[in-house]
Design a protein around this ligand. Structure first.
Ligand code: 1HE
Length: 257
């Protein structure tokens, strides 16, 4: 499903997906959510990583409130599940997704950002979950993903009191892994995506698909799953050639930060 509010381009082997509805602060209506899902399901095979960003002054104002018409309980359930399906394509899609954040990252916008693998925020970024004040609840996976980033207590506070976190505090509590000067989030996200794209595809796959599942498993099962994933990754020809290159002094060392 194509959508005029979702812009897509390839920059080399990086897929750039841009929410392009700035007049409505990139609010996510049903059509846009479905287009995002379809876009992730149909990435060109040469894509090795993706950057997700928003056009205009804000990353995303969340759910398009103009579509919040009367739904009965069953319709509400299906609507939430539609968001889940789309954001699962972000989290468990073919390539790691780096979110470039600026301005408002609120409601469903924060749910979308939390489904990405790395979040880069610029100094204009602010985070909120205004669902509490709108009389609704998160429905795009936020109740699962956001506590895993910042803890249930902080999310509860955000929703009960309408607390807004600024960019610095957002990075401090774990909403973003990177904080950059205003206007630089996209460039930083692209730089990181280019770096991620150089990893062995199986390593990226393990980080996207095995690690979050291991993190949910009891330790004993997690250790076992880790061993299986490690065995698969290290047996790939690419792992052998990369290790050989290091041993022959042909690959980069880890440098002090
Ligand atoms: C919208 C939306 C929207 C803006 N749905 N139309 N999300 C919220 O509760 C956040 C609501 N939005 C805001 O608080 C503010 O708009 C912002 C802080 C994001 C941006 O402020 P600002 O001053 O730059 O823009 P604005 O003047 O408020 O909005 C510009 C236009 O965008 C305006 O429409 P216009 O026709 O009068 O120009 C706004 O109505 C429109 N707009 N945000 C629809 N969200 C899976 S469940 C997820 C549940 C949720 O996400 S609930 C939280 C929803």
């Amino acid at each position: 499903m194509t959508n005029k509010d979702l812009h897509f381009e390839m920059r080399g082997d990086i897929a750039v997906i841009r929410l392009s509805r700035p007049a409505k602060r990139n609010a996510l209506g049903d059509a846009l959510i479905l287009a995002l899902r379809d876009q992730l399901e149909n990435l060109p095979t040469e894509a090795r990583a993706a950057v997700l960003c928003g056009e205009g002054e804000h990353f995303c104002a969340g759910l398009d409130l103009s579509e919040l018409k009367e739904r009965d309980a069953g319709q509400g359930l299906h609507h939430s599940r539609m968001w889940h399906a789309a954001l699962e394509r972000v989290q468990y899609g073919p390539v790691p997704v780096i979110a470039a954040l600026h301005g408002a990252v609120v409601g469903g916008g924060l749910e979308l950002a939390s489904a990405c693998h790395i979040r880069v925020a610029d100094e204009s970024t602010f985070y909120a979950l205004p669902e509490g004040s709108r009389g609704i609840f998160v429905g795009g996976g936020g109740a699962v993903r956001i506590p895993r980033l910042i803890g249930a207590a902080r999310m509860t506070d955000m929703m009960l009191t309408g607390r807004v976190y600024n960019a610095q505090d957002g990075e401090r509590i774990g909403l973003a892994q990177y904080l950059v000067p205003q206007g630089e989030a996209f460039d930083k996200a692209l730089e990181l995506a280019q770096r991620v794209a150089q990893n062995a595809p199986l390593t990226n796959y393990a980080l996207m698909h095995a690690l979050p599942r291991i993190a949910e498993q009891p330790a004993d099962q997690g250790f076992f799953t880790e061993a299986l994933m490690a065995a698969v990754a290290q047996s790939a020809p690419e792992a052998k050639s990369r290790v050989k290159a290091f041993l022959e002094g042909k690959a980069a060392k880890v440098k002090k930060a």
